[in-house]
Design a binder for this molecule. Structure first.
Ligand SMILES: NC(=O)c1ccc[n+]([C@@H]2O[C@H](COP(=O)([O-])OP(=O)(O)OC[C@H]3O[C@@H](n4cnc5c(N)ncnc54)[C@H](OP(=O)(O)O)[C@@H]3O)[C@@H](O)[C@H]2O)c1
Length: 345
C-alpha cells in the first residue's frame, strides 16, 4: 500500500477494463486501494492478480475515483449512484457524452474541462472520435476546421471481448474449412468478420447513418466547441484485432501549409508522425497496437483540395482506457482538495 487514492475500475474483466487496470499500474497512478468490479458472473475472478467483486454500492464507499468500462445501460444506472457519493466518475460508455452537464474530455485537447462537472461525471469519447481528433484539434487551432470527410477502419476489439473472440473463432473455422464462412459465428457481428469488412457499426438511425457515425459527428463538435463543424463519416469494421484507423479529408478556413502541418503534428502531445510512404513508412493498426500515441501519416493534399491523412490509435488505449487514466491524472493534478490519502498502516 502507498499514499494515494481509492480507485475503482467497474467492468474490470472487459477489453477496456483490463487495459485500465494495467495502465493504472504501468503509469504509476497513485493508488492506495484498487477495487475491481464486474457483473456477478465474474465475482471471484482475478485481473492482474486483483480480486473482482460483483458491482454493488459497497464498491463506492470511501472511493475517490471510479473508471467505468461497462455497457451503456450499466453506466446509466450506476455512474450517477457512484457520483452521488462524491466519487469522481470517469465513464467510457456513450450514455453521458452529450449531456451538457458532463464534460467530454481528451486531456491533450480540453483537459481543464474535467473541473466543470456538475453531475460528478466526466465522459470519455468514442474511440474513433478520439483517434481522429488527436491530429485535427491542433490543426483546427491553427487553420480553423470547417469540414471533415472520413472513413474508419475499426478493429474487432472495438466491440469488446466478444468481438475478439468472434474473429478468432471464425478464423479457425475458415482455416479448417479452407474457405470463407457464410454465417457469422458469434453475436458481436451479424456477418462473418473474417475475410470480410462490415460497413455499419452500431444501430441504423434516421437518414441512414449509424449510431457510431452520429457519435463521431456530435462528439467532435462538443470536444472542439465547434457547433457548426461538418462531419461526414462512414464507419467500417475490419478484421484487425486492435487499433482503429481513420482516413481523414479535412477542409479549413485557411489553406494549410504542408511543412507547417507536419511541424504542428510533430509538436502535438500524444501525436506521432510516421510519414515516409516511399520507404513504406506510414501508420498501421499493428504498429499502433499496445502503444499510446495516435500515429499520423500519408499527409498530403487530396485531389479535391482537402488536407488528407491516415491516423491510427490503439482503440483500447487512446480510444478508451489510456484516455480515462489520463483524465484521472488530470483531475488529481488540477483539482484543489482532492488529496492523496496516506497509506494504511
Ligand atoms: N472496446 C473499445 O474499443 C471501446 C472504446 C471506447 C469505449 N468503449 C466502451 O467501454 C465500455 C466497455 O467496453 P468493452 O469493449 O470493454 O466491453 P466488454 O469487453 O464487453 O466488457 C464489458 C464489461 O462490463 C461488465 N458488465 C457487463 N454487465 C455488467 C453488469 N450488469 N454489472 C457490472 N458489470 C457489467 C462485464 O463484466 P463480465 O465480464 O462479468 O460480463 C465486463 O467487465 C462500453 O461502454 C464500450 O462502448 C469501448
Amino acid at each position: 500500500m502507498r499514499d494515494g487514492y481509492v480507485v475503482a475500475v467497474v467492468g474490470a474483466t472487459g477489453a477496456v477494463g483490463r487495459q485500465a487496470v494495467g495502465l493504472l499500474e504501468a503509469r504509476r497512478f497513485p493508488v492506495r486501494e484498487l477495487r475491481l468490479a464486474a457483473s456477478p458472473r465474474s465475482a471471484g475472478k482475478r485481473v492482474d492478480g486483483h480480486p473482482v467483486v460483483a458491482l454493488s454500492e459497497e464498491v463506492f464507499e470511501g472511493c475517490d475515483i471510479a473508471i467505468f468500462d461497462v455497457p451503456d445501460e450499466v453506466s446509466r444506472e450506476w455512474a450517477p449512484r457512484a457520483a452521488s457519493r462524491g466519487v469522481v466518475v470517469i465513464d467510457n460508455a456513450a450514455t453521458f457524452r452529450l449531456d451538457p452537464d458532463v464534460p467530454l474530455v481528451i486531456p491533450e485537447i480540453n483537459g481543464p474541462r474535467v473541473l466543470d462537472r456538475p453531475r460528478g461525471i466526466i465522459a470519455n469519447p468514442n474511440c474513433t472520435t478520439a483517434t481522429f481528433l488527436m491530429p485535427l484539434a491542433p490543426l483546427h487551432r491553427r487553420y480553423g476546421l470547417r469540414r471533415v470527410v472520413a472513413c474508419s477502419y475499426q478493429s474487432v476489439s472495438g466491440a469488446g471481448q466478444a468481438g475478439v473472440e468472434q474473429l478468432w473463432r471464425e478464423l479457425r473455422a475458415a482455416a479448417e474449412r479452407g474457405e470463407p464462412l457464410e454465417e457469422s459465428l458469434g453475436s458481436a457481428f451479424s456477418h462473418p468478420i473474417v475475410f470480410n469488412v462490415i460497413p455499419a457499426i452500431g444501430s441504423v438511425r434516421d437518414g441512414g447513418h449509424t449510431s457510431e457515425e452520429l457519435k463521431a459527428q456530435a462528439e467532435s463538435r462538443k470536444i472542439l466547441e465547434h457547433p457548426t463543424l461538418e462531419v461526414g463519416i462512414t464507419c467500417v469494421r475490419v478484421p484487425t484485432l486492435l487499433g482503429h484507423g481513420v482516413a481523414v479529408h479535412a477542409t479549413f478556413e485557411q489553406t494549410p501549409d504542408l511543412d507547417e502541418v507536419r511541424e504542428i503534428l510533430r509538436a502535438a502531445p500524444g501525436v506521432e508522425v510516421v510519414d515516409d510512404p516511399r520507404s513504406g513508412r506510414y501508420p498501421t493498426p499493428l504498429g499502433a497496437a499496445g502503444r499510446d500515441p495516435a500515429y499520423v501519416g500519408r499527409i498530403r493534399f487530396d485531389g479535391a483540395g482537402n488536407l488528407a491523412f491516415f491516423v491510427v490509435a490503439d482503440n483500447l488505449r487512446k480510444g478508451a482506457a489510456l484516455n480515462a487514466v489520463q483524465i484521472a491524472e488530470t483531475v488529481v493534478a488540477l483539482q484543489p482538495g482532492l488529496r492523496p490519502q496516506p497509506a494504511r498502516a
